[in-house]
Design a protein around this ligand. Structure first.
Ligand code: KDG
Length: 335
């Protein structure tokens, strides 16, 4: 039986081995990527039973994805092999200056063909489940994938599970306006919404462009709370994280903050948000106090920032405890 269910597209990811512009890269390391799959691996490493629903192509890259997730202990019984489409692929460079270029080969991919029928077929995975996690990547892939997210949320709510949404606005997949409209609707059906400051502000409707400068995270979080979730978590990178939480069934909303870990080497930040989310969910399920939940999440995120690839740095329980013990009291001062 799974404690957590998640769904989405898991890609074969080719990450540049040398740093610099993609046009010059000759060597690539094949890894797996995909926001929700990264979260699933993070949870499995922390000892949480987790199932991943999705599709890969009936090809070697799909097999590599399945083997990796299965090897990490993720339940892949409902990660189907689609004979009608290829496994999605992404290439990304490692760039020291400016945003890194990402190339997707995922239009019409197997993962984008995820549908509400796949969720219905996985209904057994929702029996006794405590948490469903979804991200803003999947509804951007196709209308059938958006339908899968809606079906999963309805199923999770029908069994009393908590639902979290990581906004994950992917500007290569849709416009800000499209993302804001769809993700606000999903947020209204979730208990927990996580995002960076620009994502929270965009979806909550307090800015319509990528310019969070000057936006107070608490103001952005409160605008998001007004859509319906009970908790909003704003990931602030080197400034740590902030949560606004309204107790159930009702009460005064409180703010909780945790500083980022100090001195984290910036090796490869992609996947850090997913690592944060896996730490957040695992610590919440354990019943930790909100500040300790945020500290755990920050530590998981930092661990991935300091490592190459989306999932290599995701800590197991022993590594996480060591990291938390070593960093206790040495976090960056809150800004
Ligand atoms: O959060 C990391 C993800 O962005 C990456 O693994 C790939 O899911 C992905 C996407 O669609 O960008």
């Amino acid at each position: 039986m799974s404690t957590v269910v998640t769904l989405g597209e898991c890609l074969a990811s080719f990450v540049a081995v040398e740093r610099g512009p993609m046009a010059e890269v000759a060597s690539w390391a094949r890894t797996v990527a995909g926001s929700e799959a990264n979260v699933a691996v993070g949870l499995a490493r922390l000892g949480v039973d987790v199932a991943f629903i999705g599709r890969v192509g009936a090809d070697g890259l799909g097999e590599a994805v399945r083997r990796r997730l299965r090897g990490e202990g993720v339940d892949v019984a409902h990660l189907g092999m689609d004979t009608g489409a290829a496994t999605g692929v992404m290439f990304r460079e490692l760039r020291d200056l400016g945003p890194a270029e990402v190339v997707y080969w995922r239009r019409g991919s197997a993962g984008s063909r995820l549908s509400s029928e796949d969720v219905a077929a996985a209904a057994d995975r929702f029996e006794g489940v405590r948490w469903l996690h979804v991200s803003g990547v999947t509804p951007a892939l196709s209308s059938s994938a958006a339908g899968a997210v809606d079906a999963a949320i309805a199923l999770a709510r029908s069994v009393g599970a908590s639902v979290s949404l990581d906004l994950n606005v992917r500007r290569r997949l849709w416009t800000d306006q499209e993302a804001a409209a769809v993700l606000a609707g999903i947020a209204s059906r979730c208990e927990v919404v996580l995002g960076t400051l620009d994502e929270v502000a965009l979806v909550a409707g307090i800015i319509d462009a990528v310019s969070p400068d000057g936006v107070d995270p608490e103001v952005a979080a409160d605008a998001m709370l007004a859509l319906g979730p009970r908790s909003v978590v704003v990931k602030l990178g080197t400034a740590g994280a902030l949560a606004r939480i309204t107790p159930q069934p009702a009460g005064t909303t409180s703010t909780f903050r945790a500083a980022a870990l100090a001195g984290v080497p910036l090796i490869d930040p992609v996947g850090a948000g997913d690592a944060f989310t896996s730490g957040f969910i695992a610590a919440t399920l354990e019943g930790l106090a909100p500040v300790d939940v945020l500290r755990t999440a920050n530590a998981c995120g930092a661990s991935v920032v300091a490592t190459f690839g989306d999932v290599a740095g995701l800590p197991n329980r022993v590594e996480l405890d060591r990291l938390l013990a070593a960093s206790s009291g040495s976090e960056d001062t809150l800004r």
